[in-house]
Design a protein around this ligand. Structure first.
Ligand SMILES: [Zn+2]
Ligand SMILES: [Zn+2]
Length: 123
């Protein structure tokens, strides 16, 4: 393939705009080649987006702790069920609303956890 600008043999492809670049116009950003200052900036922005996404989805994160989203479900499940048990003892009859809410949070939290595992993400 020839360089998009110089009509000499290319050494790679700009990671931002996908134009072929020669050794003269290629800028090595360390995370891919760029063809111009504009594309270097674009590439830096793309890399920031990639890094943030990795953090958000917990990609490459080996932590075995449950992610905050699932902890939230578990917290509400524990709060509703705990309060449900407390109300049951207090009133002498079960408070179904609290148990249904608690079980709902437990089920949704479990599904979220299962989905995280399946997609190999951690959020
Ligand atoms: Zn480019
Ligand atoms: Zn060139």
């Amino acid at each position: 393939m020839k360089c998009f600008t110089h009509q000499v043999d290319s050494v790679g492809i700009c990671k931002s705009c996908n134009k072929a670049v020669c050794s003269e116009c290629a800028v090595d950003t360390g995370r891919g080649l760029a063809c111009s200052d504009f594309c270097v900036e674009e590439l830096n922005d793309i890399n920031v987006i990639m890094d943030k996404s990795k953090q958000i989805y917990g990609i490459g994160n080996d932590s075995k702790l449950p992610p905050t989203g699932i902890l939230m479900y578990m917290f509400f499940a524990a709060a509703f069920i705990g309060f449900g048990v407390y109300q049951t003892i207090l009133k002498g009859r079960p408070d179904y609303f609290l148990f249904v809410m608690g079980t709902g949070f437990l089920v949704v939290g479990g599904l979220a956890w299962y989905r995280n595992r399946k997609l190999n993400i951690n959020c």
